[in-house]
Ligand binder design. Structure first.
Ligand SMILES: [Zn+2]
Length: 406
């Protein structure tokens, strides 16, 4: 078999045929020719353009064994009224990229599965290159119709990086996918999302769920005044957990912290108070039994937190009544963190009940929230929010990457 034929079959580049293969110090260089046809603008796809000149372009392709592989092709540079002077389009690479499509797709596929550092080693590219590749793949693959026909949205903030930097993510409750993300976490940030929507796209939105503490309400009221604001159950349950833990901490401080046996024992009751009893170990359950017998305040905190979680498992019709009962109980509990939480929830009661009534898909949103957190953790070291946003889209917007060996 001729070496050109072998490489034609190995690389299987669409609309290209191999003319020459050379082994240089940098790796294997495969020279290909584009099958004949009128040039098309690589930027916008316009045809019938004026040819300015011919130039050889090179792309990094997937490694061949231990060596790097490059594809070279003599291309026409065209003048496009919309894009200026650009290379003609080739089917094996995205516009403006120094990598082939196969190379970029494999990189993006890996980024959906693993951390950045092993990718830089496996693909033998720099940290920054991973970022630009992902941005290109996302721009290419992100579903352009994702903003059409949205009915229930979830808006959440995610912190990233070392400082207090935040990302606002908008998710579709129906699919559980992220449809939009941007740096920042206030009404102005979210306003940026609504500004992108057409009137028709805004009109289909019936409800938007948020965290009670977030500053998004103003943007929702302005942009989609007819949409119902709901408060995400998992954020509320989270606040219940925090209140219960605060009660434990106050008790710990009151009992001489770790200097006393009592303080040490209180320190060790955390999981007995916070974990669902169905998931507790025998030791944790035993500790819980000790709490019931010896510390009334912590026991009350455990019960209040449990009842708050239970509220979301009840039939919808019972929720309003049970919430009122819970609020009354929490307000009278003489546990400061719960008195405070009851005040907050009472202020936001309509939105709390709306989330129950509309059956906001909580588990999905909570999973998405922790997934975005994981990504932002993995992307730690990426200084630009754009790189993180590309990762969020890549992993949470339903993008399917096809591998070259399909
Ligand atoms: Zn163009």
């Amino acid at each position: 078999m001729r070496v050109q034929t072998a490489f034609n079959r190995m690389l299987a580049l669409p609309r290209a045929w191999v003319r020459d293969v050379a082994f240089g110090s940098e790796g294997v260089i495969v020279t290909v020719a584009l099958r004949p046809g009128a040039p098309v603008c690589s930027g916008c796809g316009t045809r019938g353009l004026q040819i300015k000149e011919h130039r050889v372009k090179r792309w990094r392709h997937l490694d061949l064994g231990a060596g790097r592989c490059y594809v070279e092709c003599r291309l026409r540079r065209v003048y496009c009224p919309g894009c200026g002077e650009v290379y003609e389009r080739v089917p094996w690479a995205r516009a403006g990229s120094p990598y082939t499509r196969d190379f970029e797709d494999v990189t993006a596929f890996l980024a959906q599965q693993m951390a950045k550092t092993p990718i830089t080693r496996l693909m033998r590219i720099g940290w920054r290159s991973v970022g630009t590749i992902l941005a290109r793949v996302v721009a290419d693959k992100l579903d352009r119709g994702r903003l059409d026909g949205l009915v229930m949205l979830g808006v959440d903030e995610v912190s990233h990086g070392a400082g207090h930097r935040f990302l606002t993510c908008v998710a579709d409750h129906a699919t559980g996918g992220v449809v939009w993300a941007a740096p920042g976490r206030n009404a102005v940030t979210l306003q940026g999302f609504f500004d992108q929507l057409t009137d028709e796209q805004k009109a289909s939105i019936r409800a938007v769920s948020i965290d009670m503490s977030a500053g998004y309400e103003k943007a929702i009221a302005t942009a989609v005044p007819d949409a119902q604001v709901c408060f995400d159950p998992f954020h509320i349950v989270q606040l219940g957990g925090k209140a219960a833990d605060q009660v434990r901490r106050d008790e710990y401080n009151r009992h001489g912290r770790s200097s006393t046996a009592e303080g040490k024992w209180i320190k060790g009751t955390r999981y007995s108070l916070l974990k669902d009893t169905a998931n507790q170990t025998a030791t944790q359950l035993r500790k819980l039994a000790e709490v019931v017998l010896t510390n009334k305040r912590m026991y009350r905190a455990f019960l209040l937190y449990g009842e708050l979680r239970y509220l979301y498992r009840l039939p919808k019709e019972e929720a309003a009544e049970r919430l009122d009962a819970w609020l009354a109980w929490a307000s009278r509990s003489r546990l400061k963190p719960f008195v405070k939480l009851a005040r907050t929830i009472r202020k936001h009661k309509a939105g709390v009940l709306a989330a129950i009534k509309l059956a906001i898909n909580n588990g999905r949103l909570e999973a998405l929230n922790s997934r975005v957190r994981l990504i932002s953790h993995r992307a730690h070291g990426f200084h630009s929010p754009d790189a993180l946003i590309a990762m969020v889209y890549l992993c949470c917007a339903g993008i399917q990457i096809e591998l070259p060996h399909r």
